[in-house]
Design a protein around this ligand. Sequence first.
Ligand SMILES: Nc1ncnc2c1ncn2[C@@H]1O[C@H](COP(=O)(O)OP(=O)(O)OP(=O)(O)O)[C@@H](O)[C@H]1O
Length: 296
Amino acid sequence: MEKILSVKNLTKKFKRVVVNNISFDVEKGNVYGLLGPNGSGKSTTFGMLLSTINATSGDWFWFGEKGTSTQTLKKIGAIIEQPNFYPYLSAEKNLEIVAEIKNVPTSRIDEVLEVVGLLERKKDAFKTYSLGMKQRLAIASAMLNSPQVLILDEPTNGLDPEGIIQIREIIAEIAKTGTTIIIASHLLDEIEKICSHVIVLKDGAALYSGSVEAMTNSKGFFELNAENPENLIKNLSELNLFSSIKVKDHLIIAQISEEISAKELNQLLVKKDIYLSHLIKKKESLETQFLELVKK
Ligand SMILES: Nc1ncnc2c1ncn2[C@@H]1O[C@H](COP(=O)(O)OP(=O)(O)OP(=O)(O)O)[C@@H](O)[C@H]1O
């Protein structure tokens, strides 16, 4: 896999440390989520990687090259703050101005407006746009220079459910073209739906970096019960299939350590003359995993 970005021990100290020695890699074509509550250091991290904030220590490499050169910035499309569009000018006119600044052909304008579903509204003044449309225009603007990486800071902030879904679909479409995307968000649900990879930040430190799948990839657990719970617990322990067996809310919770289906477990227990009154196989959500991580 081609490495787009490699971050090594990146640290930012204002009066106190707000980004604490974080390291992660970004590979081509994936969608990364920088997940953390407000104030966990997401925007500061982006600022350092885009050279608008001086790092205190640490290194990063864009496309194998140390730091963030002007050449590198040309390969990146970023929306960190709400971009300043001219309210009385149309979307098209606004993008013509951006195209001139970025020195890219105006022929790209219709293409990017199409991607974000604003082609038909391109002649309308920016001030007539809804918040969702404004955010989509910002994405179009960031896409004008056909960037290899798109960086979005809280792209769905303040949007209604429909607006959120539209942004999500646009991000998925852009990712399909092979553009690498890095999104900062405090919304677990958003990261779970959009991202293939996640970096979990808490108080400036990276608690986890890897695929979303691997983070949720505990083998899951069984919720069970039987007429004689003590006997059930004893027999479950003897199977050596579980990392822990606990009682919670009158149910037995058996954390799976060796892959096994509900049907297979039921068959094993029937052979021991145990007939279950309750059996459900469940998996922890990203949210549970996240809370576990943050607790530690
Ligand atoms: N220029 C600055 N001077 C001092 N402290 C700062 C400065 N910029 C950011 N901070 C602090 O650094 C911490 C991390 O802020 P940052 O904006 O990076 O977090 P975030 O995860 O992006 O949160 P949010 O989503 O609220 O923006 C916060 O405590 C913030 O107050």
